[in-house]
Write a new protein. Structure first.
Length: 186
């Protein structure tokens, strides 16, 4: 990690962040439900295809997150999300942002804010990114088994789910902490 952070002044606090995006929409998956033995609960299913992308990032050590609901997953959306993360990093700290190698993450067209350094996770290793587990949590608790009538309903539900999550800092920490990523951090 030192090679990527050589430009960061010594003794500057470092925050470890994880980032990913999820598609939220009318084709939501179904999740398990409790039901009386011998019964089958009804679950709504939608045949339409409207969707949005929730760009999310978490700092498990602080129990905070930064997210935006966007119409597309592209370079512009990633730039806006990086700027949002930069505003959420603690004052005077530097964020190390771990993320996958999506094309809109690796493009030279991104203007990475000065208080963020990007570190790319190995290809095909979603298990290293705890934001994947955040998406599971949001779907299991607030986004599944629903039918969204309009695009605005999708955006409202995605934002509501994220806001509920950030109201629970201990949940972000519980889901997001990875021992391998925090060894030596105080």
């Amino acid at each position: 990690m030192k090679a990527h952070l050589a430009h960061v002044p010594k003794r500057k606090p470092i925050e470890l962040w994880f980032q990913d995006e999820a598609r939220i929409g009318q084709k939501n998956g179904l999740v398990r439900q409790w039901a009386r033995r011998g019964t089958r609960p009804r679950q709504p299913a939608d045949q339409r295809y409207e969707s949005a992308y929730l760009f999310g990032a978490i700092c498990p050590a602080r129990g905070v997150g930064a997210a935006l609901a966007m119409p597309f997953a592209d370079t512009h959306a990633m730039q806006v999300h990086l700027d949002e993360i930069a505003r959420t990093v603690a004052k005077g700290a530097h964020a190390v942002l771990l993320l996958d190698r999506a094309g809109w993450h690796t493009t030279a067209k991104l203007a990475v804010p000065k208080n963020i350094s990007l570190i790319f996770l190995p290809s095909r290793s979603p298990e290293l990114n705890p934001v994947e587990n955040i998406w599971q949590y949001l779907r299991a608790n607030w986004l599944s088994n629903r039918v969204f009538d309009t695009y605005d309903d999708i955006i409202d539900a995605a934002c509501d789910a994220w806001n509920r999550l950030v109201d629970q800092p201990s949940t972000i920490t519980s889901i997001g902490m990875r021992e391998w990523a925090h060894i030596g951090q105080s």
